[in-house]
Design a protein around this ligand. Structure first.
Ligand code: D8L
Length: 403
């Protein structure tokens, strides 16, 4: 069996799907050299990824790593500990409950008018002519503003959250230890002060709800900060990637773009196709074999990293008809971009709502929106996070229709 190189994880580049297809057709599970030098496996097949999501032998808790990884992971504020890095029945159930209440579709639906207003304000602020980077002008500030307001944390400190989020979403086994330490300390100091202030003035925002949970003994102090960090990172990078990847895909498929402009009621279906084709994360977050096990025909020793490739699953011909065709009307489209099973993305309703409003409004208000670079010059970000996103998306907005 081939061992996939570490770049397969960290730097898939603009068109990884052909290389992925070749490995997947040989075997749905491969060894992979990531983190470099570790015992690690990549799951590439749609069926195998879906099964792995529901397989309780795969743990998300750093305690199940071999000691040389465990000690480093234990220092990661993102990994210790929140709903995303906890196993049922104990920690996961306790840590997810208050968050899942806050993200129920019915509660999220109330955000629609405010999201629409933020989208329109950002579009109104685009310059009349010349190039803009759609990521910095739109895709990043939209979800970051939404998650800050929903949490009830100061929107004007967005630049700090962006910087900390960028650093603290990187892999602790790969990224500079001193940089991670410094960002963790800055983040913790900031939220220690904010939590102390808010405690004297509890409101009906999510931060206040989390502080009540802390004071009733549901969370430890570190779990409170870890949960805030997860909500901030997963709350903005994911949606930013979806908006950037989706806009690029539409601008590179003019016939699909034209159909969507003519039939805006297809936007929710287009959002699902964007998530299947170039979803916000290439890989699902940390999973560790908690015992010796087999996945497909491959024996996986206890303590191994098991990486689930969302990107590969989304292009598996066993699961999708003509998977390389980008089709905004695709149906059925049971993609795994939000995961599956007990860890299914708690933020999915908020991500989908922002996608629907953002794409509907961009298409309606910017009838001339176009790329300002050739499609092959669009640059994908390469870092050690799970992200599948662009470095920048240079566009010309053109004529603007009033809100
Ligand atoms: C998560 C994440 C991290 C764009 C989304 C993220 C952020 C990722 C990243 N959901 C659940 C841990 C657990 O930037 O790497 S994906």
């Amino acid at each position: 069996m081939d061992t996939l190189p570490s770049e397969f994880f960290t730097d898939p580049g603009p068109s990884p799907h052909a290389a992925t297809a070749e490995f997947r057709s040989k075997c749905p599970v491969h060894r992979i050299d990531y983190p470099p030098g570790s015992e690690a496996y990549a799951v590439l097949g749609h069926k195998e990824v879906e099964e792995a999501f529901g397989d309780l032998r795969l743990s998300k808790q750093v305690e199940n790593l071999p000691p040389r990884y465990r000690d480093k992971a234990a220092e990661s504020l993102l990994m210790v500990r929140n709903l995303g890095f906890a196993d049922p029945p104990e920690h996961h159930t306790r840590l997810r409950k208050p968050i899942s209440r806050a993200f129920l579709p019915g509660r999220i639906a109330h955000l629609r008018p405010r999201i629409q207003e933020i989208v329109d304000d950002l579009i109104d602020a685009f310059p009349e002519s010349g190039e803009i980077d759609l990521l910095t002008a739109f895709a990043l500030p939209l979800p970051l503003t939404v998650i800050c307001e929903y949490l009830g944390i100061p929107v004007e400190d967005r630049p700090l959250f962006l910087e900390w989020g960028y650093i603290l979403s990187q892999d602790p086994f790969q990224h500079s230890e001193t940089e991670l330490k410094a960002a963790t300390e800055a983040f913790t100091d900031y939220f220690t002060k904010l939590v102390a202030e808010r405690r004297k003035d509890l409101r009906d925002d999510l931060l206040s709800e989390l502080i009540r949970g802390r004071d009733e003994g549901v969370f430890s102090e570190r779990e409170l900060f870890s949960t805030i960090l997860l909500l901030l990172i997963a709350g903005h990078k994911t949606v930013a990637n979806m908006l950037g990847n989706g806009t690029a895909l539409l601008l590179c498929h003019p016939e699909q773009l034209a159909m969507l402009r003519a039939r805006p009621e297809l936007v929710p279906s287009a959002v699902e196709e964007i998530l299947r084709y170039e979803g916000s994360a290439s890989w699902a977050s940390l999973r560790i074999a908690a015992q010796d096990m087999r996945l497909g025909d491959v024996a996986i020793p206890k303590g191994s990293f098991v990486h689930l490739s969302l990107s590969s699953a989304g292009h598996d011909p066993q699961a999708y008809d003509d998977p390389e065709r980008f089709d905004v009307t695709r149906s059925p489209n049971h993609h795994l971009a939000f995961g599956h099973g007990p860890h299914f993305c708690v933020g999915a309703p908020l991500g989908r709502l922002q996608g629907e409003i953002a794409f509907t409004t961009l298409l309606r208000r910017l009838p001339q929106l176009e790329l300002a670079v050739a499609p092959q010059e669009i640059a994908w970000l390469s870092d050690s996070s799970l992200s599948r996103g662009l470095d920048a998306l240079p566009v010309r907005a053109g004529k603007r229709v009033p809100r």
